[in-house]
Design a protein. Structure first.
Lengths: 595, 252
């Protein structure tokens, strides 16, 4: 890895630790830690996205794939498709932070974002991680230049969330030179413009395996484009495999170990989805602010009205916290990655370690984007409903994010399930932490002054959010034991609590880390954490009501109330302050801007 | 051969201008290399790519923040940079003395600079540098080709295009019709990190400022936010004429 650009300011933490440990600000990576070179790369990518993606948006949305392919080649020429490619194959190998940052900055259009991410993420990573030297030599240069577009083909008509249930089969040909693939794939992003497919099939109907299949291989047919609600400028087609002959040397990784490839790539796909959700929210916020600033109602710009200001403040705080959570996670993944040449197993371990953060980012990020487009839509009023305005497209485009890369339901189950599993394996000190909280609440109230500093009250809120989360985990497992996983609604509430904790803590640490230089960050973090804690308390009440009754319920509610006790922040006043800066800047900013 | 490209850093065109206490408040705003100057950096690179042996040196005269713009030029492919640091607002004529001194010291044969400042609109720098050095000035160029030590090209004149040929050294000013500047590639961004930025002080040039700025104010052009419904073309046209006459006062 070219460590030159990537400063590892994040300490080696383990996945899920956010619930049981208190981190110091210096221990996480934040957007403020990006190097000058990374910031320059971000600028270029954002500029390219504005000029060439938004500048051609009608063509892109009309499925002019020649144009999309050209834009991808342009990105290839700039080196923007080589960020994850090892240096030995002409790439830059700049790490997960840089990679997420580019995904974030390119995300001004849902359609092109999907084309880009499906290529550099789920499209190229399986080959980069698991490919043989020959396979990499053969395909990586073509993919890194954008000459070929990559696609990842896992889903089938009856195997979406339950991906292990695929029916596509592969059998060795009698001469031993080919695998013969038969089956059908559905919802394959980039299929209509791809040169290389990573197709998952079961060898002899049982051994889950990945294959590299070139477009034009006899027996591989790309079906017609789906007519979609959103991301219309991206390609989504089914694939038909009828006696498709794939040379044996195109088996990717090991026979029967394809699920490692499938799932590891999905973890990266998940944090990348969150990175593009953050980029999308930042873009729609800019559009909303600029429209609102110019739109006059009752003789005043609509941004001067409180209910509009609240929407801008909510979204700005969401973007700030989202950035914090995404960059913190990718920083931790980079810090966990060994230096130099990495085996697929080492990469797998480093990423798997943060699977729970990736799942949280996925469902939280996609829902954050949905809130953002909905709120900004409201600023546009009736015009937002008309196609000429960008928010109409953003609204349609955001919806798919709650579905692909694992539905938000699946990711909520993964989140809670992963924490429980880690605790059972003794790899996460969850049970001692729960016990500590239980002991503490049983001991009665203690008078503890909140920590000092600009964010002292927030540090104490996040600490209490963790206690609420731990207490609720304890209450739920006490009630259901090993049957907890059957109680999906409860599992989902716990996942939501974990997300509030993870994202709030990220916002807190980010703001603390740059508190002196960036008072705007302090305001945004305060605003986010105050509202997050309110959601946290509601979740706790809902959960306790679902797991306890009678006296137990009353006791548990008393505990929830005690943990929830705090002096609330005036988020109305704070929100107006935040919005004033955003409106002055004409976009999302963490700087002090006057205007 | 050595080519100098003079650059400035200005407020990004997308950003709004906020004036407070008679100065433009740049805090928290996005700043970029002046695009007019960027055409010069790009053209210098193209001249080299077409076969000329040239070292390309970018020169910025301004506050510490100019370094970002110099880095951008280095990432595009310039070889090294000279940063004359000053927080003072230097008028183009005083500036031209500094540029001329650097050109002499560096033994430059060609100097590129933007045809017009994106922020204060001055077009004086190029011509003033040429005057200092007693070199020819080719302003507002739209096409350039170097043949040996002769520069051929075209420049925009008042109502047309003038073709020219000039023996180097020369000062060339640039504009949007000349080229489309490239984006720095990721590998070049990494390389630029190791390129030299030489820092000098304005004082060492002994230049006296000729203009003292007493402050600025912004002209607020308020939008009327009137929308003409274009479904009935004739009605729209007469409505437009009425508005130009009555509201804008630009028609009798």
């Amino acid at each position: 890895m070219s460590t030159a650009t990537v400063s590892h300011s994040s300490r080696k933490v383990s996945g899920g630790a956010f619930l049981v440990e208190d981190l110091l600000p210096g221990e996480i990576f934040t957007p403020e830690d990006l190097s000058d070179e990374q910031k320059q790369m971000a600028e270029i990518t954002a500029d390219f996205a504005d000029k060439h993606v938004l500048g051609n948006i009608q063509e892109i949305e009309a499925k002019n794939f020649d144009l999309s392919r050209k834009l991808m080649r342009d990105l290839g020429e700039l080196g923007l498709l080589s960020v994850d490619v090892p240096e030995a194959y002409g790439g830059m190998e700049l790490g997960h932070v840089t990679s997420a940052m580019l995904t974030d900055k390119i995300a001004v259009s849902g359609s092109f974002s999907v084309t880009f991410s499906a290529h550099v993420g789920i499209g190229m990573l399986p080959l980069i991680w698991y490919g043989s030297p020959e396979q990499k030599q053969k395909y990586l240069p073509k993919l890194a230049s954008g000459e070929w577009i990559a696609a990842y083909a896992l889903s089938e008509a009856s195997a979406g969330s339950d991906a292990m249930n695929i029916h596509t089969r592969a059998a060795l040909s009698p001469d031993g030179k080919h695998y013969v693939l038969n089956g059908e794939k559905m919802w394959i992003s980039n299929a209509g413009m791809a040169g290389l497919f990573t197709i998952f099939a079961k060898v002899d109907g049982e051994k889950f395996t990945a294959f590299l299949v070139e477009a034009g291989t006899p027996g591989l047919t790309v079906g017609p484009e789906e007519h979609k609600l959103g991301i219309r400028g991206s390609s989504t087609c089914p694939l038909a495999l009828v006696d498709c002959l794939v040379p044996v040397e195109n088996v990717l990784g090991e026979i029967g170990k394809g699920h490692h490839i499938a799932f590891n790539v999905l973890d990266v796909g998940r944090y990348k989805l969150a990175a593009s959700a953050v980029g999308g929210a930042r873009t729609v916020l800019r559009d909303g602010i600029r429209y609102g600033r110019d739109r006059i109602a009752f003789g005043k710009p609509v941004t001067s009205f409180g209910l509009i200001q609240e929407k801008i403040a909510d979204t700005a705080a969401d973007v700030y916290a989202g950035e914090a959570a995404v960059y913190r996670t990718v920083g931790a993944i980079d810090a966990a990655m060994p230096e130099g040449e990495k085996s697929p197993q080492q990469i797998q371990r480093a990423i798997e370690e943060f699977a729970v953060e990736c799942s949280i980012l996925k469902f939280w990020g996609s829902e954050m984007l949905e809130r953002a487009v909905d709120k900004m839509f409201q600023i546009f009023g009736g015009y937002g409903f008309v196609e000429e305005f960008p928010v109409e497209r953003a609204y349609r485009d955001s919806r798919i994010n709650k579905i692909f890369e694992g539905t938000n339901e699946i990711n909520r189950l993964i989140t809670t399930g992963w924490m429980v599993k880690r605790a059972m394996q003794g790899r996460l000190a969850l049970l001692p932490a729960i016990k500590k909280v239980m002991d503490e609440v049983m001991a009665g109230p203690s008078l503890q002054a909140p920590p000092s500093g600009a964010l002292g009250a927030e540090r104490s809120l996040v600490r209490n959010a963790k206690k609420l989360g731990l207490f609720c985990s304890g209450a739920a497992s006490q009630r259901f034991g090993t049957e907890l996983s059957e109680q999906q609604e409860v599992v989902g509430m716990l996942a939501d609590m974990l997300a509030e904790i993870m994202v709030s803590e990220s916002a807190l640490l980010r703001a603390e880390k740059s508190a002196e230089q960036m008072p705007m960050g302090v305001r945004l973090a305060k605003y986010f954490i105050a509202n997050s804690f309110r959601r946290m308390v509601m979740l706790a009440e809902k959960l306790v009501a679902a797991v306890a009754e009678g006296d137990t319920l009353r006791t548990q509610m008393a505990i929830v109330r005690r943990l929830a006790k705090h002096e609330p922040v005036n988020t109305v006043a704070l929100g107006r302050e935040i919005t004033a800066t955003m409106v002055a800047a004409g976009r999302y900013t963490v700087e002090e801007v006057r205007g | 051969m050595r080519i100098l490209a003079i650059i400035r850093q200005v407020l990004d065109a997308e950003e709004s201008v906020y004036v407070d206490n008679r100065t433009v408040d740049l805090k928290g705003r996005k700043l970029v290399m002046d695009t007019m100057d960027e055409y010069g950096v790009e053209e210098a690179l193209r001249i080299r790519e077409r076969g000329a042996e040239a070292e390309i040196v970018v020169v910025g005269i301004g506050p510490a923040r100019f370094e970002e713009a110099l880095r951008s030029a280095l990432s595009m492919g310039a070889d090294r940079a000279i940063h004359v640091e000053t927080d003072q607002e230097v008028d183009p004529i005083a500036l031209s003395g500094v540029v001329a001194a650097i050109a002499r010291k560096e033994e430059a044969q060609m100097i590129f600079c933007g045809g017009q400042q994106a922020d204060w609109d001055s077009q004086a720098l190029g011509a003033a540098v040429a005057e200092h050095l007693d070199w020819p000035a080719l302003t507002w160029t739209r096409k350039l080709e170097l043949k040996g030590t002769t520069l051929a090209g075209q420049r925009d004149a008042e109502d047309g295009v003038e073709s020219f040929e000039v023996d180097l050294p020369a000062v060339v000013t640039t504009q949007q019709d000349l080229n489309e500047p490239r984006y720095p590639t990721l590998p070049n961004i990494m390389k630029a990190k190791r390129k030299e930025i030489r820092r000098e002080t304005l004082e060492s040039f002994g230049v006296a400022l000729k203009v003292r700025s007493h402050g600025v104010e912004a002209q607020n052009r308020e939008r009327l936010r009137e929308v003409i419904d274009g479904r009935d073309a004739a009605a729209a046209a007469s409505q437009l004429v009425a508005m130009l006459r009555e509201k804008a006062g630009v028609m009798a």
